[in-house]
Design a protein around this ligand. Structure first.
Ligand SMILES: C[S@@+](CC[C@H](N)C(=O)[O-])C[C@H]1O[C@@H](n2cnc3c(N)ncnc32)[C@H](O)[C@@H]1O
Length: 216
């Protein structure tokens, strides 16, 4: 059963959707990501936003080496794994039903010497946030996590809880509906928001959010 309801025009192309694996080359490493749309829905396919965020991380414009990062709504965990291979210590999170699949992808794709750089952990937005250190991360990563209006207040609370004044939030988004833009407008009331990248081929925007004014 799908984890969350979906809308037809939100989906990756049907051919990609039913592939049981997807292959990528990032951070000098070959990834073979297992996918299982039929069993787990949105959390078990690699979305274009994840691919574009990995490409952006590879550009080196964000320091990852020795940094602590957390990925929200990680799905297959591709972004978090790439961040770890680029030098970060990463907590890769999603809702409980997605975690076994996510953990299996991490075990399968991350070389043994890098496994210690990754922790897979449950984080449902807005819930039990005290389990995660307030302001405890240098970097917060999210690919295609702005899509369910009901979750927007909880997602905002989560971003606020995890961010310090030095945290960089990177959100890779396809803006499908007015409500997605509304979330960014609300985010902009609490964070300094800037579009830092746009992939025209895949129609994915990357936004950087910072809690307070600082040197960009
Ligand atoms: C469209 S998928 C994106 C997955 C992955 N980031 C990617 O781009 O390939 C949205 C992800 O957000 C997660 N998600 C949805 N609602 C959530 C919530 N309330 N708390 C935590 N994660 C949630 C889903 O389980 C899913 O993995």
């Amino acid at each position: 059963m799908a984890l969350v309801p979906y809308e037809r025009n939100c989906l990756p192309s049907l051919s990609k959707l039913h592939d049981t694996s997807a292959e990528f080359f990032f951070a000098s490493h070959h990834f073979c990501i297992s996918q299982d749309w039929n069993r787990l829905g949105v959390a078990a396919v690699v979305w274009d936003a994840a691919v574009v965020l990995c490409m952006y991380l590879e550009l080196g414009q964000v320091e990852l080496n020795g940094r602590t990062a957390i990925e929200l709504g990680a799905g297959t965990g591709l972004v978090g794994m790439v961040a770890a291979l680029l030098g970060a210590k990463v907590t890769i999170t999603d809702r409980a039903p997605a975690l076994d699949f996510l953990q299996a992808n991490v075990r399968k794709n991350v070389p043994p010497e890098k496994q210690d750089a990754i922790v897979v952990s449950e984080l449902t937005w807005g819930e039990n946030l005290e389990r995660y250190k307030a302001g405890g991360y240098d970097l917060i990563l999210g690919a295609d996590i702005v899509y369910l209006e009901d979750t927007f207040p909880a997602l905002l609370r989560t971003l606020e809880h995890l961010s310090s004044n030095k945290t960089v939030v990177l959100l890779a988004c396809r803006i499908r509906y007015e409500r997605d833009q509304n979330f960014l407008d609300i985010l902009q009331q609490r964070f300094i928001l800037q579009e830092v990248h746009y992939d025209a081929q895949r129609d994915i925007h990357i936004y950087r959010a910072l809690k307070t004014k600082q040197e960009l």
